[in-house]
Design a protein around this ligand. Sequence first.
Ligand SMILES: Nc1ncnc2c1ncn2[C@@H]1O[C@H](COP(=O)(O)OP(=O)(O)OP(=O)(O)O)[C@@H](O)[C@H]1O
Length: 257
Amino acid sequence: MPLLSIDDLHVALGGRTVLEGIDLHLDRGEIVTLVGPNGSGKSTLLRTIIGAVAPAHGRLVGHPGLTIGYVPQRLAIDATLPMTVTRFLNLPRRHPPQAIRQALEQACVPGLGRQQVTDLSGGQFQRILLARALLEKPDLLLLDEATQGLDHRGTADFYRQIACVRRELGCAVLMVSHELHVVMRASDRVVCLNRHICCQGTPERVLASPAYQALFGPDTGDALAFYRHDHDRPDSDPSASTPTPPAAGTTRLETAP
Ligand SMILES: Nc1ncnc2c1ncn2[C@@H]1O[C@H](COP(=O)(O)OP(=O)(O)OP(=O)(O)O)[C@@H](O)[C@H]1O
């Protein structure tokens, strides 16, 4: 049974259809990247998975006991509010000091616990958000443009860290990114979204797909020449999904019995 199954998901926001006919299945241990133009529904899909957005139609079924860690696209902290990293990580609920230490180590920022959150660099803050998500020991880690504002080196380091976290926790990772070159390298599977799923499969297959090239241009194919690596997992289904028409009704996030 997949870790998370999404079947025929439709989401409407402000009276407009934002996602339609989404079929997506995630397995434990795989790193899947969501790419797509601005406004294509990537954040909405993640927010629907965590339950912050209600689907208009469709099914989301999680593996029994599924725990999700979420790193949002942005989180504004009031600059006038004195708060240490440890205090921030203890919101909304307290964790044992050892768990905080471990999460900071896993996020590669050990020793930042006493630092003021407002004094952190952008890259450090992203890692604190990652530590916060890891505190929940997630089976599924959702990252929404988690490397925004990082330089190339910081971005590459961040994705390397995600690969380590996946190895250590055995969790699945679903991440949104616009840094196609880097994420393609870091992903087992790429899902190209433009309100519906245009194509999905290994990075190589998606780069070669006409639907992807129509969105991003044909020259992005060179990206993988630098980053090609051997995938240690079997390919996911590379076939393009066909959007299905919306049907009436509502649904809620379910967990399989
Ligand atoms: N609360 C909302 N009410 C109405 N429309 C919304 C709301 N949130 C998002 N939208 C719209 O839904 C569409 C998808 O937005 P979403 O943020 O999911 O896209 P995205 O692919 O993550 O974009 P980006 O790459 O720019 O972050 C956009 O057209 C956006 O304007």
